[in-house]
Design a binder for this molecule. Structure first.
Ligand SMILES: [Zn+2]
Length: 251
């Protein structure tokens, strides 16, 4: 089992370097007792980075996936270094922070955008995926170009007058009784999830999510909206990209 160390609170998502113990070596991969590497899931791509041994040798983490309660870090490196890895040794993990922070900005912007689209049009988000510098959202119905302009203005306002982002654990029964349960998203919450990890953007959005997010909407920076794409079943696809660096990385 791997402890998902990035999960419990928002500051944990900012840890870029950590120590952990190697617990298992499935083919091509390394399992640690704890990790800050995000495994692919919920539309957010996996982290990349490196694992370093006590003697300073390094292997590259090329993919991270969940397998039951374990996290598999797929690694690549010199054969001699790979052969030196053994259960019980301590490794130092380093995240590719540029990539991860981009995902945190995109993911938070997506929550904000889904909430504003729902507030303005009643349309919920069926699916959201992040890739590179872009976030793509499939909505349950047709969105007008005017609505997307208004949503873009809303998102810009929340970046310019930053809102705090927080994480808390809410008992499942309490979440199910919450008036905003499942509000702007359509992805169902699996029945075994308890407590629910709730990501809240102050005064804007409350959403169950297992991803990584920035601590303030000010860190999202500028986004540029791409043309709306009508989907064959009457739905719409909206997407935006990050423009430039975050105005405030505070790292
Ligand atoms: Zn999220």
């Amino acid at each position: 089992m791997t402890e998902l160390a990035y999960l419990p609170d928002l500051p944990s998502a900012y840890v870029q370097q950590f120590r952990a113990r190697l617990t298992a070596l499935p083919p091509g991969a390394v399992v640690l007792d704890r990790t800050y590497f995000y495994p692919t899931g919920g539309g957010q791509p996996a982290d990349r980075g490196t694992l370093r041994t006590a003697s300073g040798d390094e292997v590259e983490v090329v993919d991270v996936t969940k397998s039951g309660s374990a996290v598999l870090h797929r690694v690549r490196g010199p054969p001699a270094v790979l052969r030196s890895l053994a259960p019980g040794i301590e490794l130092e993990g380093r995240l590719d922070w540029e990539r991860r922070f981009r995902h945190m900005r995109l993911h938070t912007a997506q929550h904000l955008a889904s909430a504003r689209i729902f507030a303005r049009t009643g349309l919920r988000t069926r699916r959201a995926t992040l890739a590179g510098i872009s976030a793509t959202m499939d909505l349950e119905g047709r969105l007008s170009p005017d609505a997307i302009t208004a949503v873009a203005d809303d998102v810009r306002a929340s970046v310019q007058r930053p809102r705090d982002v927080t994480i808390r654990a809410v008992p499942r029964a309490e979440w199910d009784a919450h008036p905003s349960a499942g509000r702007s998203g359509l992805v169902p919450l699996p029945s075994h999830v308890d407590p629910v990890r709730v990501v809240e953007i102050e005064a804007e959005d409350i959403c169950p999510c297992g991803g990584t997010h920035v601590r303030s909407t000010g860190e999202i920076g500028e986004v540029q909206w791409l043309p709306l794409v009508p989907l064959p079943d009457g739905a719409s696809r909206v997407a935006f990209t990050l423009v430039g660096a975050s105005p405030s990385t505070r790292t």
